[in-house]
Design a protein around this ligand. Structure first.
Ligand SMILES: [Zn+2]
Length: 322
């Protein structure tokens, strides 16, 4: 039996097909259509040496996806791509306020367009999809509260809320008021931490914000006490081997902190983060985990079991057979 394929950490903004960027840029006469090497602006071709240059690959051309119908299209295509890779379940996250910054589209209308596109994709493929609303941390803590207010106007479309952006510039504890509202609404919580900042950032995400899952969190491996706390509390790390290597959060596939984390009993999952930018599919990430990182078959089963357990859904997901 193949292991279930579940992606719990996949940004819609980083999942848009390069071909769709070009198609829409040509339609609208956007300067991106004239780029000499358009793929170089959309895809990381190796380690970039930091989180911010990586995020530039996710972010810089998002203005090309200019209309609400375009967002509906890219959401549908993202679901189709996940289906074509053989996924059993996927959670897409996106930041309506980041999209507003780049397109001037109304955040609530963006949420509705993305939800409609996901529904289109799920109707065609049968793939179950969870949606996570991402708070853009770069706008600061006060704006985070109003971002949450918008998300809660569409409470039923979301299974969870995420915090993303410039981790080193905006500490987790600043966002306590926003996440108090998320918890009151009964939504699940995942927070990007321990990627561009150290173990204390992970600790603050769990303690101050109530994170049940941590986006990446690989730098938890620097702190044995923290790893024991994560293991005891069942806080799950959403690891992305290729993305972590490209951002410099991990030193490489073979030396990835996932070895230390698994040995310490920390719940770990395997995810893509941004399939277009990282130029990787989830099935490829699983193969890389086996052959480049060197995880054993038993470790891969443990990771797959954890992905089923940590999903923000009540759906019956495929069981891991031994
Ligand atoms: Zn991420």
């Amino acid at each position: 039996m193949p292991l279930p394929l579940i992606d719990l950490h996949r940004h819609l903004e980083g999942s848009i097909r390069s071909s769709t960027f070009l198609d829409l840029a040509r339609r609208d006469g956007h300067p991106f259509a004239q780029a000499d090497r358009p793929r170089d602006e959309l895809v990381a071709s190796g380690p970039l040496g930091g989180l911010l240059p990586y995020l530039a690959k996710v972010d810089d051309q998002i203005g090309v996806i200019a209309g609400l119908g375009d967002w509906r299209r890219v959401a549908r295509e993202a679901v189709e791509d996940a289906f074509n890779d053989g996924l059993d379940y996927v959670e897409f996250r996106f930041s309506p306020y980041f999209i507003e910054q780049r397109t001037s589209l109304d955040p609530l209308a963006v949420i509705d367009a993305v939800a409609a596109g996901v529904a289109d994709g799920s109707a065609v493929t049968g793939l179950p999809v969870g949606l996570i609303a991402t708070i853009l941390r770069d706008l600061g803590p006060d704006a985070a509260v109003s971002q949450v207010t918008t998300f809660l106007a569409r409470r039923d479309l979301f299974c969870g809320v995420d915090l993303a952006g410039n981790e080193a510039g905006y500490a987790a504890d600043l966002f306590q008021p926003a996440f108090a509202r998320v918890r009151d609404a009964g939504l699940h919580i995942t927070v990007h931490a321990g990627e561009a900042a150290g173990p204390e950032s992970v600790r603050a995400a769990v303690r101050d914000l109530g994170a049940e899952r941590i986006g990446h969190g690989v730098r938890s491996a620097e702190d044995p006490m923290l790893m024991a706390e994560l293991a005891a509390a069942g806080v799950t790390l959403e690891v992305a081997l290729t993305s972590n290597t490209q951002t410099g959060a991990a030193p490489g596939y073979r030396q990835h902190q996932i070895h230390t984390l698994l040995a310490a009993g920390v719940p770990v999952t395997l995810n893509t983060d941004n399939p277009r930018v990282s130029d990787v599919t989830l099935s490829q990430e699983h193969a890389l985990a086996r052959y480049a990182t060197g995880l054993s078959d038993q470790q891969l089963r443990t990771v797959a079991e954890q992905s089923v357990r940590a999903a923000f859904t009540d759906l019956q997901l495929p069981a891991v057979r031994t």
